[in-house]
Design a protein around this ligand. Structure first.
Ligand code: ATP
Ligand code: MG
Length: 553
């Protein structure tokens, strides 16, 4: 089911599972889950967690649930839920069960009552500020709340009334009774429930109280019989609480929490909160802007699920936080597209070339291989004619040293076609080059020119046989390695991250391409037909990545 053909690199988590299986722990079952909070769109950091959780389930013949951690109704909504499901499916993974933490609200409440009855939880009526002040610091222990020794009866009564909606937000909280002097702040009587009189997408107005993440997560894992609860390193300090809750209560299972390093990717931001800011402040054109590190953005940019899985394999799973270079990700998509995408010619910023020694209605149909290394891609016809477009970059009046493209009086080969010579440069009143008049050497189709060397080869598109297209050239969204540490997001933005060309010429077959089909535009890079805006009447392509790393230091 889940990409069983991909290579599997061992890592410390797989080693733990191997040992567990060898010891017949969990009766040999492997059950994982991917637990996003539906408070934003998933990003490439989540891809790491998705590939890990679903990949492990697949590798060990286990199962993996998709669970929405929907305990914070203020920030969550159904748009995010739908988007997350679509993203996981697009990556090629199938969840075994779709769950929501809110499915367990009744059970979670009952468990809390049990904790109260055991004397392990109490209702605290201190203000949020007082609670904070009593918590202490990294160097000082906390101080017990004055409500710490409330009787079990009173706690049960107050908690029931919290649930019944008798109190307002902030009047009371339910806390675990653990150890206010603990060296681990998470163990200083953490909050289990708070009052929030807000509507919940799934449970409506049923609840006036909502459980906290740490309390919910371990119990949800346990109720789903998760065997290995994989999360990122920042939860390492929360593991004692995870285990405490499960030790205090009788649950169907006691999953093992294992932490791994988050993905940190250079030149990008991986935090839903900051990504929301980019969208809301309109620095990008929405969640699915191809410059966004969201799954939906990367998808629209032209990345493939296979390239993302490959990326996750290459970076591996460790316990050490480390920055991953953007080049690693870009290499994965280049390798993937190099192998899988047919070649086409496209001219992004055209100059008209008139081949003066051809008749006005001259056309010739040439046959091009669709892939230089793979004949299975077949061949296509490309029409050559009297007027062709070439890219502005491929002509220079004042060429730099070693320039091997077209210059006044010089020769160049039109790829797969003839050698042409530039005889005349036509400019408009502003002095811009608008047209080049060239002649062709009829003896050079598929043959070297006689008596001279012509090194340069440039791409081209026939004006009459090609079609006009829009090409959106995307580059990195940020100019700095760690944008999250910049003074402001705005200051870190790359002002040239998006350039739209509306007068491009592409081979006519590209107009018929399905949205999301991917091509190499020869000499330029890899491009994808835009998922939403591309159609036959108005072809639109996005640049996925250049052919080579242009950011290399
Ligand atoms: P964000 O800060 O972007 O909201 P989060 O960790 O709060 O991220 P969740 O929705 O809680 O996001 O994440 C779901 C799962 O994805 C969690 O198990 C989390 O650890 C994992 N995850 C989130 N970000 C990354 C990342 N950068 N690298 C690896 N895993 C991640
Ligand atoms: Mg979060």
């Amino acid at each position: 089911m889940n990409k069983p053909d991909l290579p599997v690199t061992s890592n410390f988590i797989r080693n733990i599972i191997d040992d567990d299986l060898a010891a017949n722990k969990n009766d040999g079952r492997v059950v994982t889950r991917f637990p996003p909070e539906p408070n934003g769109y998933l990003h490439i950091g989540h891809v790491k967690s998705i590939c890990l959780n679903f990949g492990i389930a697949a590798q060990y013949g286990g199962t993996c649930n998709l669970r929405f951690d929907d305990t914070n109704p203020v920030k969550e909504n159904d748009e995010y839920v739908q988007a997350i499901k679509a993203d996981v499916e697009w990556l090629g993974f199938k969840w075994d069960e779709l769950r929501h933490a809110s499915d367990y609200f009744d059970e979670l409440y009952d468990f809390a009552v049990q904790l109260i009855k055991k004397g392990k939880a109490y209702v605290d009526s201190s203000s949020a500020e007082e609670v904070r002040a009593m918590r202490g610091s990294l160097t000082e222990p906390g101080t017990p709340s004055p409500y710490h020794n409330r009787s079990i009866e009173e706690n049960l009564d107050l908690f029931a009334r919290m649930k019944a909606g008798e109190f307002e937000d902030g009047e009371h909280i339910l806390r675990a009774k653990i150890d206010m002097a603990s060296g681990n702040i998470n163990m200083r009587d953490p909050t289990l429930y708070r009052i929030r009189k807000v509507h919940h997408v799934r449970t409506g107005n049923d609840w006036s109280i909502y459980p906290m993440y740490d309390y919910t997560h371990c119990l949800s894992d346990a109720m789903e019989n998760i065997t290995h609860s994989l999360c990122t390193l920042e939860f390492e300090d929360h593991r004692p609480l995870y285990d405490w809750v499960l030790d205090e209560l009788e649950t169907p299972a006691h999953p093992q929490q294992i932490e791994f390093a988050r993905l940190a990717l250079e030149y990008t931001i991986l935090s839903k909160r900051k990504l929301i800011q980019l969208v809301e402040e309109k620095h990008v054109d929405g969640w699915d802007d191809p410059r966004m590190p969201t799954i939906t953005g990367i998808r629209r940019r032209g990345y493939t699920p296979a390239a993302l899985s490959d990326f996750c394999e290459r970076i591996g799973i460790t316990k050490n936080d480390a920055w991953i270079e953007m080049a690693v990700l870009e290499t994965c998509i280049r390798d993937n597209l190099n192998e899988h995408s047919p070649r086409r010619m496209a001219v992004i910023d055209p100059i008209k070339v008139v081949i003066t020694d051809l008749d006005d209605d001259y056309t010739e149909t040439l046959s091009f291989a669709n892939h230089p290394q793979n004949e299975a891609f077949g061949r296509r016809d490309v029409v050559f004619s009297k007027v062709v477009m070439i890219d502005r970059d491929d002509f220079s009046e004042n060429p730099p040293p070693k320039y091997q493209r077209l210059v006044p009086g010089g020769e160049v080969r039109l790829r797969g076609s003839y050698v042409i010579k530039c005889n005349e440069v036509i400019k408009n009143e502003a002095g811009d080059v608008v047209e080049l008049h060239c002649t062709h050497d009829a003896a050079t189709l598929g043959k070297k020119p006689e008596g001279r060397k012509v090194k340069g080869v440039i791409h081209w598109v026939s004006m009459s046989a090609g079609v006009k297209a829009e090409v959106r050239v995307y580059d990195r969204l940020f100019n700095v390695v760690n944008p999250a540490a910049a003074e402001s997001l705005e200051a870190a933005l790359n002002p040239d991250s998006k350039t739209v060309y509306t007068q491009c010429y592409v081979e006519s077959a590209l107009a018929d391409a399905e949205p999301e089909s991917r091509f190499q535009f020869e000499r330029l890079g890899y491009y994808v037909a835009d998922r939403y805006d591309h159609n036959k009447a108005h072809p639109v392509f996005n640049r996925t990545v250049t052919l080579r790393d242009t950011w290399a230091k």
